[in-house]
Design a protein around this ligand. Structure first.
Ligand SMILES: [Zn+2]
Ligand SMILES: [Zn+2]
Length: 593
């Protein structure tokens, strides 16, 4: 009985062509040869004949090493009778070293098994030449229990977290991940090692190839991938990255992009609309925050007006975290493992400051519910963050497409979070108590995956709309920068749900609008009085007839009845239009308010 593994792969090619097949004529001749007459009398030969057209049970299956022709030496009657179902095809004593598997064709047609004896090369299916590739061939692989199939698939799927650090300079070992990830690479990965010094691919087999096998395999692979793989979300000042795509990017205050819409942006959009966020069960979220002042020390940037501000940076990152929580994690229908790690680089904070800022950065997770195993791993001293790279990689380990093909999508690569030095972790009383609360909140059972938004978020949205419109009219409001900026202070109040503080800030902003209205009112009054004086100086009687309609001006003019003004204008003759006495009230109404 062949093992399961032996029957998985079905290949159309017969293994035989390397050797010259025994001539059918020779077989027939041999079968009818007088030498065989004795055996034809035995009852076994009569039954076996159609099942053994090549006479493997009666004649040696070995090959002459020089001529590559089948030996065909009759096998002793006794040895053939001894074993009607041998593992190997019988040979003469000379060819005992040439062992070929004996296969009996397993194809069942009209309820009857073919059963023909043939030279079988496992792991190819046990089917004779005639029945290889037959459409009724059973798919043994799909007959396996699902558990076994999933075990097999697991060798074709990543054993490491699926992240965005595809550039080789960004790869570092991940010492703090669960033991599953630091197991030695499986056999299938070792193939990659053999090829070159190039690191093994994340996906041992191109995922697309697997998904295209059949609908059933597609569904099973997808289910397995999403329930076992850990997807890494990297949250950094230059964006939020997942699977090599920048899903979120920093925007200017007006919402426009810093980056031109390129292939990468299109790829991210395509990823967002096609990736099934609902099915993902395991996430690793790596947040990294960098001290911009320290980072630029070498460049001597005047930080005050350059605008880098610690508090603003922390809240910027917190905003990204918040979006990742609602937009990505909150979409998962069955979030099982969530591992959050925070990397800080070059901050010199006291311990209370460190804990306070940590709480601020990971606070948005507190809205998540129903996470089965939430884990806040700790706060690490991260290396100075290099900028992300755009590297040409290909989706899920597939082969590089031909050069210049539209499939060449540049992917983003970001450095992995380095976790060598722990700043805050297990053993610190403040951290442990917060971590315990944090994990308890996240694992709470709830009907929805996210606790409801506080109303202050809607207040903030409207505040921002008003601010944006106002800043176009009253640029003074943008004079407050850094942590004093209106929008920053408003979001701080929002994140702390500080309603009093928010209202106070809102009133400050409204003051700008009222002050503007007052100034405009003064301008309007000043201009109106000048206008009145100007019109009052005209004490001449009005021409009633010309006041009725503007169309009159195209008619003969009273002062120069012979001339047509339109005609003169068309001919380029300078024309002086006489003054009309217009009602003052009418003009005032025309002024913009
Ligand atoms: Zn032989
Ligand atoms: Zn057959």
């Amino acid at each position: 009985m062949p093992s399961f593994a032996d029957t998985i792969i079905k290949i159309e090619d017969s293994p035989e062509p390397t050797l010259p097949p025994a001539s059918p004529d020779a077989t027939i001749v041999a079968d009818n040869s007088p030498n065989d007459t004795s055996s034809t009398q035995s009852p076994t030969t009569v039954i076996i004949d159609p099942k053994d057209p090549e006479g493997f049970l009666r004649r040696c299956s070995g090959y002459n090493k020089k001529t590559r022709v089948r030996c065909g030496q009759p096998i002793g009657k006794n040895s053939a009778a001894k074993n009607q179902h041998p593992t190997f095809l019988p040979t003469c004593t000379n060819h005992r070293d040439q062992q070929s598997f004996a296969g009996w064709c397993q194809l069942v047609e009209n309820g009857e098994r073919c059963g023909r004896l043939f030279r079988w090369t496992p792991p190819y299916l046990e089917l004779c030449d005639q029945h290889q590739g037959h459409p009724d061939t059973p798919c043994y692989f799909l007959k396996l229990p699902l558990e076994l199939r999933r075990e097999i698939f697991s060798y074709l799927l990543p054993t490491e977290p699926v992240g965005s650090s595809s550039a080789s300079v960004h790869k570092t070992p991940l010492p703090t991940l669960p033991s599953r990830f630091i197991n030695p690479p499986r056999a299938i990965n070792q193939q990659g090692h053999m090829q070159a010094s190039e690191p093994p691919r994340l996906f041992p087999v191109p995922l697309v190839d697997l998904l295209l096998v059949s609908h059933q395999v597609h569904a099973e692979i997808k289910d397995l991938l999403f329930s076992t793989a850990h997807f890494v979300i990297d949250i950094r000042k230059d964006g939020t990255f997942m699977c090599g795509r920048r899903l979120l990017e920093p925007r200017r205050a007006d919402g426009s992009s810093h980056f031109s819409t390129d292939n990468a942006g299109v790829a991210a959009q395509r990823f967002i609309s096609n990736f099934d966020f609902r099915l993902v069960k395991n996430y690793v979220v790596d947040i990294s925050v960098e001290n911009g002042e320290m980072g630029r020390a070498g460049h001597r940037f005047p930080t005050a007006d350059d605008g880098w501000d610690e508090e603003v940076e922390i809240y910027d990152i917190r905003d990204y975290v918040s979006v990742a929580v609602t937009g990505i994690l909150g979409q998962s229908q069955n979030l099982c493992k969530l591992n959050v790690r925070l990397g800080l680089s070059n901050f010199r904070w006291s311990e209370p400051e460190l804990l306070e800022n940590t709480k601020c950065l990971v606070g948005p997770f507190e809205r998540l519910r129903n996470v089965r195993q939430p884990r806040f791993s700790g706060v690490y001293e991260a290396a100075q963050n290099a900028m992300n790279y755009m590297v040409p990689t290909y989706p899920f380990g597939s082969a590089p497409p031909p050069h210049g093909s539209p499939d060449t999508i540049p992917h983003c690569s970001v450095p992995q979070l380095s976790t060598r030095k722990i700043l805050l972790g297990h053993g610190d009383a403040g951290f442990d108590s917060y971590k315990e609360q944090w994990e308890r909140w996240l694992s709470q059972k709830s009907a929805v995956s996210l606790s409801s938004k506080p109303p202050i978020r809607a207040m903030f949205t409207e505040f921002k709309q008003f601010y944006t419109s106002l800043s176009a009219v009253v640029p003074d409001v943008t004079a407050r920068v850094g942590k004093h900026a209106f929008l920053h202070r408003a979001r701080v109040a929002r994140e702390k749900e500080d309603v009093e503080g928010f209202r106070h800030l809102r009133n400050e902003l409204i003051e700008y609008w009222y002050a503007y209205l007052d100034r405009e009112e003064e301008k309007k009054n000043a201009l109106n009085s000048k206008l009145s004086r100007m019109l009052d100086t005209d004490i001449y009687p009005s021409h009633e007839s010309e006041n009725t309609s503007r169309r009159n001006s195209s008619g003969p003019h009273p002062e120069s009845p012979m001339l047509d003004v339109d005609k003169m204008v068309a001919e380029g003759i300078p024309v002086r239009i006489p003054h009309y006495k217009v009602s003052k009230v009418y003009l005032l109404e025309m002024l913009p308010r």
